[in-house]
Design a protein around this ligand. Structure first.
Ligand code: Z5A
Length: 223
């Protein structure tokens, strides 16, 4: 059995991760790839409960250490029960956020020590790293404007603009540190252009030429 590929989507609020997860899933399925779509924090029963606790705006103040450890507790469950079994079974895993989000939010946003995050990453993940990370990047105001229309903000979304600027900077630093794995996608352009850029990157992982993959997607959509 050939091990599946692990693709993660990253970026700040409202950059279009959820929207483009569905697009990538469809694209992979058109190429006969079995895909497991999941998210962090979350992806298992217990990890989704941890997510609820993390996003709850009315809970007691969550300490930075507690937040960091809860992210990795959820991740440990997710890897053991969803990600590893799927990859081992030859399925591809498409995940809305993973550990780059921890470097961005807990590292950049909360100013937690990077060495602590790396220590936890090694403890919880062993050698597991994504094969490809799509980092959707847009000015903070663009993302916030998009999610404002959705209504009430969760605990993270209620942070100040400076927090999100720090998160964005930390994400861009991750992309600079790991240029082979993390591909930057300009997310403040019309959706068809964002999706063309995503296709260009994903088709390399599939071993397809850009032209072939774009046209096969168009045919699929025209049906
Ligand atoms: N978190 C953390 O701190 N540490 C960690 O390790 C992990 C996570 C793993 C989880 O929330 C929170 O956990 C997250 C970080 C933290 N903080 N927050 N907030 P989440 O995963 O649900 O993240 P989110 O950023 O809140 O998701 P989101 O707000 O749903 O954003 P999105 O998925 O990127 O955007 P979207 O829903 O696809 O699009 C938003 C709107 O924009 C929607 O109406 C779209 O139709 C529209 N859209 C999308 N693309 C476009 C384009 N190109 N043009 C115009 N309009 C567009």
């Amino acid at each position: 059995m050939i091990r599946g590929k692990f693709i993660t989507l990253e970026g700040g609020e409202g950059v279009g991760k959820t929207t483009n997860m569905a697009f990538i899933k469809e694209y992979l399925q058109q190429h006969d790839i079995a895909v497991v779509v999941t998210r962090e924090p979350g992806g298992t029963g217990l990890a989704e409960k941890i997510r609820e606790l993390l996003l709850d705006n009315d809970s007691e103040a969550v300490s930075e250490q507690a937040e960091l450890l809860m992210m990795f507790a959820a991740r440990a469950q997710h890897i053991k029960h969803v990600i590893e079994p799927a990859l081992t079974a030859g399925k591809w895993v498409l995940c809305d956020r993973f550990t780059d989000a921890t470097y961005a939010y807990q590292g950049g946003g909360r100013n937690m020590k990077i060495s602590t995050i790396t220590w936890l990453e090694n403890l919880v993940q062993g050698a597991l790293r994504p094969d490809l990370t799509l980092l959707l990047d847009a000015p903070v105001e663009t993302g916030i404007e998009r999610i404002r229309k959705r209504g009430a903000f969760d605990r993270f979304e209620s942070e100040k603009i400076s927090f999100f600027e720090n998160v964005r900077r930390a994400y861009l630093l991750q992309a600079e540190l790991y240029p082979e794995r993390i591909k930057l996608i300009k997310a403040d352009q019309p959706l068809p252009d964002v999706q063309r850029a995503i296709t260009d990157v994903v088709c390399v992982l599939l071993g397809l030429s850009t032209l072939n993959s774009s046209s096969s997607l168009r045919h699929g959509r025209d049906k």
